[in-house]
Design a binder for this molecule. Structure first.
Ligand SMILES: Nc1ncnc2c1ncn2[C@@H]1O[C@H](COP(=O)(O)OP(=O)(O)OP(=O)(O)O)[C@@H](O)[C@H]1O
Length: 430
């Protein structure tokens, strides 16, 4: 099972520019999470902070008990071995064929024989549907194949956390759908913790277990998919509908009077209907995370919005409703929370950390405040003094044998936009 990533009070600025502040969230082990947000809200900076390529000014990122923001370089190097990263363009070496590109981390960082390497490379190439393309050069294949080759390379060291930076950028809708299915299938096979940064609404609506959104330098939401996908927060509704009218403007923030005028003119956009989450392809194992998530989300059910609760309960089968102690919607009296005893659960995949507590309470629709996002942050929050003053960025060294483009010790050399390659040179190359 993948490891949990605990982000606590993370803030990052570049000089006077605050990117985001006081970001806290937990990526549950083995689950798929998506991070949304308008362009320039710092999603790529967030991914880089998770792997220690950028040092936040404040806060912690705890992975397997190590705070990667303050740990030693050698500890950071060890933690990075848990990560696989898929970059937008695959970050392949143009002069190497796909086989050698994918074998590269194994040759650099393991003592495996060429026979063992071959077995691993072909296994990962098969997982991403690239068998037969071993001899192709990156320049000879499509963007989608490049991404899948990058994915195979991200998989060869058996990561427990997999980060995807806009995996759907540049892909047509069909290729995006195919890739989304691949992501879900991979998650079933390796049960690693996935975080996907995307702008693709279809991906956000069908792939993840959890969704978060960055906006105005804050994490405005992070929680089970049903929370964001049923939210009527104007910024969320605008984003999910892909509409120009709403709080998000060309330069991210619009004047509130202008927003109101637009809404008066065009009407308030509707919350889109929930779409079902993608299921694993036939013949593959079930996603273990689905079972873990169900128990986790049901434990926190009453803290979620009524619409999210309704969607979560709708997603349960009659047997599951009975199993977890909920009455059927058909009776008109749900949701009544009466979690069933643990012993009654068939084929438990994973015991919950805390058994659900029996509760008998009024339907949440009657007592849950409307529009309450999970982990909503105040727009302006006082900066907390950091218990761990940060050192300047170090030259990032990646276990996969790659290093950040242009990064120099003590300098923040990442430039704007987040669309460039994070890595791309073979060690020692200029
Ligand atoms: N290394 C850096 N040094 C200085 N500023 C940076 C650096 N990296 C990113 N930024 C700034 O941080 C802000 C957020 O950038 P980032 O690329 O993370 O946004 P994003 O949400 O991923 O955008 P997009 O969706 O367009 O890819 C931008 O204003 C960018 O200019």
């Amino acid at each position: 099972m993948g490891v949990e990533v605990v982000v606590d009070g993370l803030s990052k600025s570049f000089g006077p520019q605050t990117i985001w502040r006081d970001v806290s969230l937990n990526l549950p082990p083995g689950e798929i999470s998506v991070l949304l947000g308008p362009s320039g809200t710092g999603k790529s900076v967030f991914l880089k902070s998770l792997v220690g390529l950028l040092k936040p000014d404040e806060g912690q990122v705890i992975i397997n008990g190590t705070d990667i923001c303050t740990c030693s370089e050698s500890d950071l190097y060890e933690v990075r071995k848990l990560f696989g990263v898929l970059f937008q363009d695959g970050a392949l070496f143009g002069s190497m064929n796909l086989y050698d590109n994918i074998a590269f981390p194994l040759r650099e960082h393991t003592r495996k024989s060429e026979t063992e390497i071959r077995n691993v490379v072909l296994e990962k190439m098969e997982m991403v549907g690239l068998i037969g393309a071993e001899d192709k050069l990156p320049g000879e294949i499509s963007g989608g194949m490049k991404k899948r080759a990058g994915l195979a390379r991200a998989l060869v060291l058996d990561p427990e956390i997999l980060l995807f930076d806009e995996p759907d950028s540049g892909l047509d809708p069909v290729r995006t759908a195919v890739q989304n299915q691949l992501i879900v299938d991979l998650n079933a096979q390796i049960d690693a913790t996935f975080l996907i940064v995307t702008h693709d609404i279809n991906t956000a609506r069908t792939v993840p277990d959890n969704i978060g959104m960055l906006y105005r330098r804050n994490l405005v939401m992070f929680g089970p998919r049903e929370v964001l996908l049923t939210s009527d927060e104007p910024v969320v509704v605008q984003f999910l509908n892909g509409r120009p009218d709403g709080p998000i403007g060309m330069s991210e923030e619009k004047d509130s009077a202008l927003v109101e005028a637009e809404l008066a003119k065009h009407g308030r956009p509707k919350v889109p209907h929930m779409m079902p989450q993608l299921e694993v392809s036939p013949g593959l194992p079930d996603r273990a995370a689905v079972h873990r998530r169900k128990e986790r989300v049901l434990r926190q059910l009453r803290s979620l919005s009524p619409t999210a609760q309704e969607e979560i309960l709708k997603s349960l089968t009659p047997d599951e409703l009975a199993l977890y102690g909920f009455q059927s919607p058909a009776t008109g009296s749900w949701p009544q929370q009466q979690p069933a005893p643990q012993a009654q659960r068939p084929q438990p995949q994973q015991q919950p950390q805390q058994p659900p507590q029996p509760q008998r309470q009024a339907p949440p629709q009657q007592n849950f405040p409307q529009q309450q996002p999970v982990q909503q942050q105040a727009p302006q929050q006082a900066q907390r003094p950091s218990p761990h003053p940060r050192q300047p960025e170090q030259e990032p060294v990646w276990p996969g044998g790659l290093q950040a483009d242009g990064a120099q010790p003590g300098q923040e050399t990442e430039s704007a936009g987040g669309r460039r390659r994070w890595f791309g040179r073979k060690r020692g190359e200029q």
